[in-house]
Write a protein that binds this ligand. Structure first.
Ligand code: PGA
Length: 250
């Protein structure tokens, strides 16, 4: 199964989200290969709108970009995993580099979110990836290992493989137009596969590992053909149905 994920970040009012979601259904729906699943991560305010458009479409799912890892409580400005599920989310992201590096989220908080979200019944995408200075210093494997170890620390032994996905997103390739080369992607994904199998056991052989960072219609099919690339997480090029449909059908 390949996961074709759209991360809309802080874009789109409800009306704009509805138009794009309908465009996606129209342009992708009939032609989506059986082994592909579309996931859309709208901003909180548009989740319900997109979930309504996708209702009854088993190949289209909706996720939350973030939540706070507590059941409920005095956490002004936050939403809970249960609130996301209530709006129609079956997935959520944790560890996106913008949350790590703009909002200052630690590896430990990311790990709490993964464990909490899974326990709350959401499927989770753990995002990992090195900064450019870490790559230049030869620390890619070290950074990925640390983010995977801390991100997956609270995973129950009996987790089921289809409830978790990893997204490798080199920070220097996100929103920059700069894509990691095929050899860099293949190396990071193979390393990630080996590491999660060591951490989680044989089940992790089938955990999807997505690539993210300046994925576009013109580079998607090459990226998707690489070993251990089981989907893509797309930001900028997921904002129109036209562009995202060309990626999902690539
Ligand atoms: P981008 O973003 O496709 O705009 O580089 C990817 C992401 O942040 O998930």
């Amino acid at each position: 199964m390949k996961l074709m994920a759209a991360n809309w970040k802080m874009y789109k009012t409800r009306g704009e989200a509805e138009v794009t979601a309908r465009d996606m259904l129209r342009l992708i729906g009939p032609d989506l290969p059986k082994d592909r699943q579309v996931l859309v991560f709208p901003p909180f305010t548009a989740i319900e709108t997109v979930a309504r458009v996708f209702e009854g479409q088993s190949s289209f799912a909706v996720g939350g970009q973030n939540f706070w890892p507590r059941e409920e409580g005095a956490f002004t400005g936050e939403v809970s995993a249960r609130m996301l599920a209530d709006l129609g989310c079956s997935w959520a992201l944790a560890g996106h580099s913008e949350r790590r590096w703009v909002m200052g989220e630690s590896d430990e908080l990311v790990g709490e979110k993964i464990a909490f979200g899974l326990a709350a019944g959401l499927r989770m995408v753990l995002c990992i990836g090195e900064k450019i200075e870490e790559r230049r210093a030869g620390k890619v494997e070290e950074v990925l290992d640390r983010q995977l170890e801390k991100g997956l620390v609270g995973l129950p032994q009996d987790f089921s493989a289809e409830t978790l996905a990893i997204a490798y997103e080199p920070v220097w390739a996100i929103g920059t137009g700069e894509v990691a080369g095929p050899a860099e992607i293949a190396h990071a994904h193979t390393h990630t596969r080996e590491k999660i199998v060591r951490l989680l056991g044989e089940k992790a052989v089938s955990t999807p590992i997505l690539y993210g960072g300046s994925v576009k219609p013109g580079n998607a099919s090459e990226i998707l053909s690489l070993d251990n690339v089981n989907g893509v997480l797309v930001g900028g090029a997921s904002l129109t149905g036209e562009s995202f449909s060309r990626i999902t059908l690539a």
